[in-house]
Design a protein. Structure first.
Length: 92
């Protein structure tokens, strides 16, 4: 009986811990929400390579590039949208 209580407690603890991590990880932080597309572009795109300038691709191309790089860099949907909106606003 004692063994059952201990195992149940451990399982409950693990499940609750995962629930807390998942629920807090899904929300976009206020810090990210307050950043502009140009700030996010500078922080994320330039950390791995020399990012192309906003005028180097068309708006359609930026959509494709943005989706590809979102997957590679693990940025949020919100960050991707802000970056692409910035790039498209200055595209040729």
């Amino acid at each position: 009986m004692k063994k059952y209580i201990i195992i149940s407690s451990v399982v409950l603890f693990v499940l609750l811990s995962n629930l807390i991590v998942v629920s807090s990880g899904c929300a976009v932080s206020q810090k990210v929400q307050n950043k502009t597309g140009i700030q996010l572009w500078g922080e994320n795109c330039g950390r791995c390579h020399n990012a192309p300038g906003p005028g180097e691709f068309s708006a359609v191309n930026w959509e494709i590039i943005g989706r590809h790089m979102r997957i590679r860099t693990n940025i949020t949907d919100t960050e991707e949208k802000k970056i692409i909106d910035y790039l498209k606003s200055t595209a040729n």
